[in-house]
Design a binder for this molecule. Sequence first.
Ligand code: KIV
Ligand code: ZN
Length: 534
Amino acid sequence: MTDLENSDRMGSTPDDDARVQDQIYTSQYNRLLLRSTTPKKVMVLDTTLRDGEQTPGVALSVEDKVKIAIALSELGVDVIEAGFPMSSEGEKESIRKIKEQGLNARICGLARSSRSDVDAALACNLDYVHTFIATSDLHLKHKLNMTREQVKSKAVDAIEYAKAHGMTVEFSCEDGTRTDLDFLKEMHIAVQEAKVDKINLPDTVGTMSPAAMEYLVTELMPVTKVPLSVHCHNDFGLAVANSLTAVRCGAQQVHVCMNGLGERCGNAALEEMAMGLLAFFGTTTNINTQRLGYTSKLVSRLTGVPIPDNKPMVGNHAFAHESGIHVHGVLKNPATYEAFSPELVGMTRNIVVGKHTGAHSVKEKLSKYGVALTDEQVADVVDKVKRLAASGKEVDDAELVALASHVFGKGIREQKKIRLKEFTVFTGLNITPTSTVAVEIDGVLKRSSSIGIGPVDAAINAIKAAVSDEITLTEYRLSAITGGSDALCEVSVKLQLNGSDIMSVGKSIGSDIVLTSVDAAIEAVDRLYTRKNA
Ligand code: KIV
Ligand code: ZN
């Protein structure tokens, strides 16, 4: 193992590792084909800010890049490829800013195999550069118009130049997986003689199958004495499978992007790699997997690329169960229908109420909101839910509670104990959104104010501050019901009493997003308060 990045930053103990493995329920056959060269631990180079930013439509501001770099470092990636310094002055500025943060992760810049590109990386104060040059005959003939010898000497010259400036150098044969094998080996040998620190194998156009990757990595390992890395694109949906295969055959580093961002169909997804390595091989990384959900959402928000509901690990449906049979199984033992525990990736299990719902789901859901029904009553609610869902309507928690309360009237919610008396919010350009509320709690007036990252956040924070600081907002959903700028919106707010599984929901419909959110929040707070003091 290299001494470059792989110090045990998370400080996980064998006990921690055993606890994690106890929450992974993957097939027993995965470990059968491991090799003696399969590493126990691999390095993670994240290229969300470089290859990921090449995702069509993504253009990040300097501030957003810094935020993502901080989050990636806190997540535990070993190396952040922060950009391509030679590409623009703006790019240089963002890389410099990221480098200035003094993060735990090493910061690297991409450079073509030329002294001027290495100089651009040095101008960003970088001490780690990733140089590359294409080596497939296809690229040599149609893109570079160079001979193999010319390519080799350019690669070697740039590496020697960067090494002479004290840099750590990682080198890639671009389109490596379509390069003649003898020439690829020749390149690996030549760059090692130039004292390269790591060699990366890019599957630039994502054209490998796992079996081909097994062959190629097995061929390259004997001539590659420095750590071998892989950089797999997802054109056939195999980036993660190919990267896992490369590691199984001895690769010690993987290039990844958060949420699988990257050129065309993207790169291997960080979250899938980290969990795949752990689950299939027991191979660890420095990634704190419990931060995956949060980091994924942050990157999605800042890049504007939504996370598909069915995205493994971090999608809304990754731990959602609707069918009666599945819910029944999962409630008895999560391993029946989950590959690993959602907590491992910072997500939560979600029992969805819909067309395939059974009594167990409804009972379990309602009990979380303090609603206890007889089996007969539950059956009645299930029937109503199914009829609603069959007509294409999704039944969320607030609607389920409302349905139960309408059907069975009492025992769910009596008189309101919390009423909103006054509410203001200030927001605008270059000011911190601030909200003030006056709330009547059991007849006593309480005032409070708070700030937030937006007017809704400020308002909800002010309400929480007035009522109780023991409340956590676990879900906020906003959807437009009608189109146009005067559209009606629907807001649902889910709250939890800290340190308990007592939850509540509130829902409201209106034309003003902030006021509608406040209405929903007050309803949820009132329900939670009533339950807490029941
Ligand atoms: O896909 C690729 O080949 C790359 C290189 C720059 C490593 O992104
Ligand atoms: Zn790439």
